[in-house]
Design a protein around this ligand. Structure first.
Ligand SMILES: CC(C)(COP(=O)(O)OP(=O)(O)OC[C@H]1O[C@@H](n2cnc3c(N)ncnc32)[C@H](O)[C@@H]1OP(=O)(O)O)[C@@H](O)C(=O)NCCC(=O)NCCSC(=O)CCCCC(=O)O
Length: 336
C-alpha cells in the first residue's frame, strides 16, 4: 500500500498534450486574454490536487464547505474526475460524466476515490469512480473519455447576448453595495456578511443581480459569468474540465427555486449530476453559465445548464436533479 504522490493536477507535466483552444468549427481561436489574477488558484494547489495512495486509489481534502455542513457536490465531482483522468492517457479527454450523490459528504474527514477500469477501447475509455467516507460510498460516478476525432457534423446553439463581465459587478461588490443601503434588516446584514466570509474559490458576476429581498416570482432561469479565482494556466488542459465540474454545481440547483419567492428551502441537495464536454476551454477565464429549470414537482427539481466560452463556443452542458423540501416564508414588515 501507499506510495504517496500527488495526482494529476497542478504539477502534472502535460506539455505533451496537443489540445489547443479550437472553436466549434475546428478553427484555432484567438486565445482569449490571460486572466487578471496571477496567483495560482486554490482549486489547483489544494482542492483538485489529490494524493495518490495506491494504484487507482486517491485521497482528497476540502476547502470551502457550504453552510449546510455537507460537502459541496461540485468538489466531489471535480475530485472524482481528477482521479478518473489520472488513470487514462493524455490523448483521452473526458467527454461526459454521470454521478449520483448517495450520501451527504462529511467535512470532518477526507474522501477516498477508488477508480475501476470499466473498459479501454480504441477510441473510448470508461472509468467508474466511487467516493468513499467512513467505509461507505457518498458518490458513484461514471466518466467516459474519448480521443480527439474530427467530424463534418458540427452545430451548437447560439450564446445568449449579455453584457461582458467587465461591465458587471462581482458578488462581493454587490454585497458591499447592498450593505451600504440604509434600512437593512439585521437578518439581511447577517446573510450578506456570511456571503462575504465564505471562501468560495470562484469569481462570479451575475448578469441580472437579484434584488436583495426577492419579492416577485421570476422565470426559473439565470445567467452568470464565472471563472476560477486565481490562475490555472495552459499547462494541463484536462484540469480545466475538472474545475468546470466543480463550477457546474455552484448555484445551479437553486435555479429551480426562482419562481417561488414565498418559499425557502429547508432541505436542498443535488441527487445526481451529469456533464458533457464539447470543446476545449480555460476555466480561469470568464465563462457564461446559462441555467434553467424546465421542471419541479414531487419535492424535486430538474436544472439544466450550458457553460459558454466568452467567444461564443459552447464548452459544456450540464443536468442535475435535486431534492427540494421547502417551507413558506413569513413576510418581513421592513423591506428595502
Ligand atoms: C438525503 C438523501 C438525498 C436521501 O434522502 P433519504 O432517502 O430521505 O435519506 P434519509 O437519511 O432517510 O433522510 C435524510 C433526511 O431527510 C429527512 N427526510 C427524509 N424523508 C423525508 C420526507 N419525506 N419529508 C421530510 N423529511 C424527510 C430525514 O428525516 C433526514 O433528516 P435528518 O434526520 O434531519 O438528517 C441522500 O441521498 C443524500 O444526502 N445524498 C447526498 C446529497 C448531497 O450531499 N449532494 C451534494 C451536496 S448538495 C450541493 O452541493 C448543492 C450546492 C450547494 C452550494 C450552492 O450552490 O450554493
Amino acid at each position: 500500500m501507499a506510495e504517496k504522490q500527488t495526482a494529476t493536477t497542478s504539477d502534472c507535466d502535460c506539455s505533451g498534450s496537443n489540445e489547443t483552444l479550437k472553436s466549434a468549427d475546428g478553427e484555432i481561436s484567438d486565445s482569449p486574454k490571460p486572466p487578471a489574477q496571477d496567483l495560482k488558484s486554490v482549486l489547483v494547489t489544494s482542492v483538485l490536487s489529490l494524493e495518490k495512495l495506491d494504484v487507482d486509489l486517491y485521497r482528497g481534502t476540502h476547502h470551502w464547505v457550504p453552510h449546510t455542513q455537507r460537502l459541496f457536490g461540485g468538489q466531489i465531482v471535480g475530485q472524482a474526475l481528477v482521479a478518473a483522468a489520472d488513470t487514462v492517457g493524455d490523448s483521452l479527454h473526458a467527454h461526459s460524466l454521470h454521478c449520483y450523490f448517495v450520501r451527504a459528504g462529511d467535512p470532518k474527514v477526507p474522501v477516498l476515490y477508488q477508480v475501476d477500469h470499466t473498459r479501454d477501447g480504441r477510441s473510448f475509455a470508461v472509468r467508474s469512480v466511487k467516493a468513499i467516507q467512513h467505509g461507505q460510498p457518498i458518490l458513484t460516478c461514471q466518466v467516459s473519455f474519448h480521443m480527439v476525432q474530427p467530424s463534418p457534423l458540427q452545430h451548437q446553439f447560439i450564446m445568449p447576448m449579455v453584457p461582458p463581465p467587465e461591465d458587471l459587478l462581482t458578488v462581493e461588490e454587490l454585497v458591499h453595495l447592498y450593505l451600504s443601503k440604509p434600512d437593512l434588516t439585521e437578518k439581511a446584514k447577517q446573510g450578506l456578511n456570511k456571503i462575504l466570509a465564505a471562501e468560495v474559490p470562484l469569481e462570479i458576476k451575475p448578469v441580472h443581480p437579484p434584488h436583495i429581498y426577492r419579492l416577485t416570482a421570476a422565470e426559473p432561469k439565470k445567467l452568470f459569468w464565472v471563472r476560477a479565482g486565481g490562475l490555472i494556466g495552459e499547462g494541463n488542459m484536462k484540469l480545466h474540465r475538472c474545475v468546470a465540474a466543480y463550477v457546474s454545481d455552484f448555484a445551479f440547483l437553486d435555479t429551480a427555486m426562482l419562481s417561488y419567492p414565498n418559499y425557502r428551502a429547508k432541505f436542498i441537495a443535488s441527487l445526481d449530476h451529469a456533464m458533457w464536454f464539447h470543446n476545449t476551454f480555460r476555466s480561469d477565464e470568464w465563462m457564461l453559465y446559462e441555467c434553467e429549470s424546465p421542471w419541479a414537482g414531487g419535492s424535486r427539481g430538474l436544472v439544466q445548464g450550458r457553460l459558454w466560452r466568452r467567444d461564443g463556443v459552447l464548452a459544456a452542458s450540464c443536468s442535475q436533479e435535486g431534492v427540494l423540501r421547502v417551507t413558506p416564508v413569513t413576510p418581513e414588515p421592513s423591506k428595502l
